[in-house]
Design a protein around this ligand. Structure first.
Ligand code: GDP
Ligand code: IMO
Ligand code: MG
Length: 433
C-alpha cells in the first residue's frame, strides 16, 4: 500500500488539511510529524461549520481513524486538551488519537520567550504566531526540553522544569511576577494535563512500523511549507522546524524508503503570513481583491495573508528539496474573473542579474523581484467542475504551464473550499490506490 507524505510547497496555508482529510478516508492512519499549534488546517464539509485543526491530524473526522501526533511535533498540552474538548463537543470520536511519548511540550515560559523575542527584534520581527514554537524547539536542541512522557512522573517533571527555567531567568526577568512562572503551580498544572492525556500517550513510531509492516496506508501530514523550513526556507523568516518531506522520517520515526509518494500542495497563486522576502508579492487593490475572494486570513492568528502571483522559481525549489512526486493545486477558483494571470518564471536581482534558481543568499533574495509570463484568464465560475474536461481551456492551459514549469504532475485540483470541490486528475488513480 502506498504511503503518502503531504507537504506545503509554499509558505504554508496551501490547503494541506483539506487534502489530508480527503486521503484519510481510505488510509489506515495519519501522523503529524513537525510543527505545533502554529499550524491551522481547515476542513470544510457540506452543511457543517468549518473545522479548524491546530495539533490534531486532519483525519480525526473519520470515526476511530488512527491519528497520531508524532515525536517531531511540539505540543502545547493546554491547546491539545481544548482542541480535543472542542471536537468532542461537536461529536467527534477521539478514540483513535495518540500522542508520541517523545513529543516535546510547549511550556508557559516558551510562550513568554516567543513574545519577548519578537518585541526585542522590533521592526526586524519574524511575525511568529507567538505560540512558543521557536523557544520550545530551542530547548529540545539544547536538551532542556520537557517531553510528553515526563507528564507521568511528577518528580521527574519538577526536576526538568527547574533545570529548564533556571537558565532563562535573565531573559524572563521582565516576567518575574507572571503567575504562570510559579514552579509549583506549573508542575501541578502539567501533572493535571498528564492525567487528562495519559490514555493517549503512546509509542507512535512503533505503531507506524506495525502498520507499514502490515502493508497498511499511512499519511504523513506536514505543517507550514517548504519556504518556512529552518534550513532551506527564507531564514531567519522561517519557522523553527523542517516542514519538508525528509522531516517526516525523523518526526514519525521511519526511514526514507517507508514513504512512497510526496505530494506538494500549492495554491494556484501564492500567500505568506508574517515578515520576510516575497518576490511575487502583489501590492495594491489587486492583492486586496484576491485576499477577499480567497478569504486569505490566517486560520491560527486571523492576520491578513500577503498575496502574490504563482512563483515557479520557488515551486521548482520546493519540488527539489521535498522530492515531490505529485502536486495538488488548490484555490484555482479564486483566480476566476482575472483577465490575465502573471506567472513568475525567474527572478531579477537588484543589479539586474536574472535567477532561474532560488537564490541562497539572503541579500539577493530580499531584493529579488519576479519576472513574469502573462497567461490568459477565464471568466467562468469553475466551482462546480468535477472533471478536467469541465474546466475552461484557459484554466487547463494555466495548470499545464504550472506542471511543466515545475516538472511534477498534478493529481488534484481544488475548485472551492468544500471537500467535494475537487477534480481528481488521471494520474491520481494509481497514486492514491
Ligand atoms: P493548510 O494550513 O495548508 O491546511 O491551509 P489553511 O486551512 O490554513 O488555508 C487554506 C484555506 O483555503 C482554508 O480556508 C480552506 O478551506 C481553503 N481552501 C482549500 N482548498 C480550497 C480551494 O480549492 N478553493 C477555495 N476557494 N478554498 C480552498
Ligand atoms: P500551516 O500548517 C502559514 C509562519 C508565521 C511566521 C513564521 C514563524 O497552517 O500551513 P512560528 O510561530 O512558527 O515561529 O512563526 O512562520 N507560520 C505559518 N504561516 N501557515 C502556517 O502553518 C504557519 N506556521 C507558522 O506566520 O511568519
Ligand atoms: Mg494553515
Amino acid at each position: 500500500m502506498t504511503s503518502i507524505c503531504i507537504v506545503g510547497a509554499q509558505w504554508g496555508d496551501e490547503g494541506k488539511g483539506k487534502v489530508v482529510d480527503l486521503l484519510a478516508e481510505r488510509a489506515d492512519a495519519v501522523i503529524r510529524f513537525q510543527g505545533g499549534n502554529n499550524a491551522g488546517h481547515t476542513i470544510v464539509r457540506e452543511g457543517e461549520e468549518a473545522w479548524k485543526l491546530h495539533l490534531i491530524p486532519s483525519g480525526i473526522l473519520y470515526p476511530g481513524k488512527l491519528c497520531m501526533i508524532g515525536n517531531g511535533v511540539v505540543v502545547d498540552p493546554a491547546v491539545l486538551i481544548s482542541e480535543m474538548d472542542g471536537l468532542r463537543a461537536r461529536g467527534v470520536d477521539m478514540s483513535g488519537l495518540r500522542v508520541s511519548a517523545n513529543a516535546h511540550l510547549i511550556m508557559p515560559y516558551h510562550l513568554l520567550l516567543d513574545t519577548a523575542g519578537e518585541a526585542r527584534l522590533g521592526d526586524q520581527q519574524i511575525g511568529t504566531t507567538r505560540r512558543g514554537i521557536g523557544p520550545c524547539y530551542a530547548d529540545k536542541a539544547g536538551r532542556l526540553g520537557i517531553r510528553m512522557q515526563d507528564l507521568l512522573d511528577e518528580k521527574i517533571l519538577r526536576t526538568k522544569i527547574t533545570a529548564a527555567m533556571e537558565p532563562k531567568r535573565l531573559l524572563l526577568r521582565p516576567y518575574a511576577k507572571d503567575p504562570t512562572l510559579d514552579l509549583h503551580a506549573m508542575v501541578e498544572q502539567y501533572v493535571t494535563y498528564g492525567h487528562r492525556l495519559e490514555q493517549y500517550i503512546a509509542d507512535t513510531a512503533r505503531m507506524v512500523w506495525d502498520l507499514l509492516d502490515d502493508d497498511r496506508q499511512v499519511i504523513f501530514e506536514g505543517a507550514q511549507g517548504a519556504l518556512l523550513d529552518i534550513d532551506h526556507g527564507t531564514y531567519p523568516f522561517v519557522t523553527s522546524s523542517n516542514p519538508i518531506a525528509g522531516a517526516a522520517c525523523i518526526g514519525a520515526g521511519v526511514g526514507p524508503k517507508d514513504i512512497n509518494e510526496v505530494w506538494g500542495i500549492t495554491k494556484a497563486y501564492t500567500t505568506r503570513v508574517g515578515s520576510g522576502p516575497f518576490p511575487t508579492e502583489i501590492e495594491g487593490p489587486l492583492g486586496e481583491e484576491l485576499r477577499a475572494s480567497g478569504g486569505e486570513y490566517g486560520t491560527t492568528t486571523g492576520r491578513a495573508r500577503r498575496i502574490g502571483w504563482l512563483d515557479l522559481v520557488a515551486l521548482r525549489y520546493a519540488a527539489r528539496i521535498n522530492g515531490l512526486t505529485a502536486l495538488a493545486v488548490t484555490k484555482l477558483d479564486v483566480l476566476s474573473g482575472q483577465q490575465t494571470l502573471s506567472v513568475c518564471t525567474s527572478y531579477v536581482g537588484s543589479e539586474g542579474a536574472r535567477f532561474d534558481h532560488f537564490p541562497y543568499h539572503q541579500s539577493v533574495l530580499h531584493h529579488a523581484r519576479g519576472e513574469y509570463v502573462e497567461l490568459p484568464g477565464w471568466s467562468q465560475d469553475i466551482s462546480d467542475c468535477r472533471r478536467e474536461e469541465d474546466l475552461p481551456p484557459a484554466a487547463r492551459d494555466y495548470l499545464a504551464f504550472l506542471a511543466d514549469g515545475i516538472g511534477v504532475p498534478i493529481v488534484l485540483i481544488g475548485v472551492g473550499p468544500g471537500r467535494e470541490q475537487v477534480i481528481w486528475c488521471d494520474q491520481a488513480a494509481s497514486a492514491s490506490s
